[in-house]
Design a protein around this ligand. Sequence first.
Ligand code: SF4
Length: 399
Amino acid sequence: MADLQKEFNDYTKNLNKASKDENIKKAITRAVKSYRETTAETLNRFPHTPEMAEEVRGIKSNSIAHNSELLKQAMDSVERNKGKAFYAKDKQEALEMTAKIIGTGKTIVKGKSMLGEELSLREYLEEKGNEVWETDLGEFILQLNHEKPMHILSPSIHVPREKVAELFTKFFNKEVPPDIAQEVAVVRDFLREKYFTADVGISGANVVAADTGAMVIIENEGNVRLSTGAPPVHIVLVGIEKIVPTFQEAMKVTEVTWRYAQYGVPGYVNIISGPSKTGDIEKVTTYGAHGPKEFYVIFVDNGRSDMAKEEEFSEALHCLRCGGCMYECPVFQVTAGHFGHVYMSGIGAVWTAFVAGGLEKAAPLVFTCLRCGRCVERCPMKINVPSMIQKLRERVVCG
Ligand code: SF4
């Protein structure tokens, strides 16, 4: 870890700057208040949720313990559904597999995915000569502003409407006022044309059911429906830790995820298991009806199996990416995603260490975490982040 000193210096400079940023302060203060109020109200409305979260902890733990069998089963299920399933052992393999399917000179519409960030997927596909559009509004804003996400669910949480208006006015080459409804409308109009002319749609998945090969994707904007439904080709890139044994279990994981992600019920829950099909003429199943004709799933490892093998860290794979812990983290509350490297806050430090840059990139993060345990209280999976942070500190210091 020769460059550790430099990592610390660059990171500290950036973190100090972020902590003085008025936009971050304003945006996160509002977001924390809204998250706490909405989640309290939602859990009150659906009081079975904490008990279901307890059950989901068991499902995730069992799934991680049997991950290799479930991966095989999930891949077989995808193939049975007339999709094509692949296993990518690392980032490079995942990127090359995706590029091989897509080729060059294509238009791609992409849904929000932290795995996509982990792989730098958009940048890679652009380098290969493709036009790639982020379709989640927050990600679209970041794409135009050449920035990285500041929260795993609300990537542009730190960008106020005035800044969005400036950005859009410049990009669309027409006056866009700092009015959120008008800002949303202008992106809606722009992306609509892209969905129906795109060659490929790319998405992640929140959960995968091994028994059926069903990919479950939670969203509110409707962009995932269009990205995965309109283009002739759909590619799913998903981490192997997202696989659970059965469809019923996948539904439980899905409900707990959205509930702790601040939604009573999300706008849409997409369940996709293969290319579109019809049996309307003589009951002959024919693939390639109104939706995609081709369906590919790339299951990505990239360090997850190594994490699963380590008793002290495997629990981090239970993370549902609900984002709740970030709102409770005292460091995140003043710095947003600057307390992170791809993945954010305490849990992000653990993920960074294993899948997104290694111990060198994670080192400054593990010494930023206060180990206060507020994340554990909020976390539906009760992941013991402070204990993992302590273990990572020992590794940084003692090797
Ligand atoms: S660590 Fe827990 S609270 Fe944080 S994103 Fe993961 S599941 Fe949600």
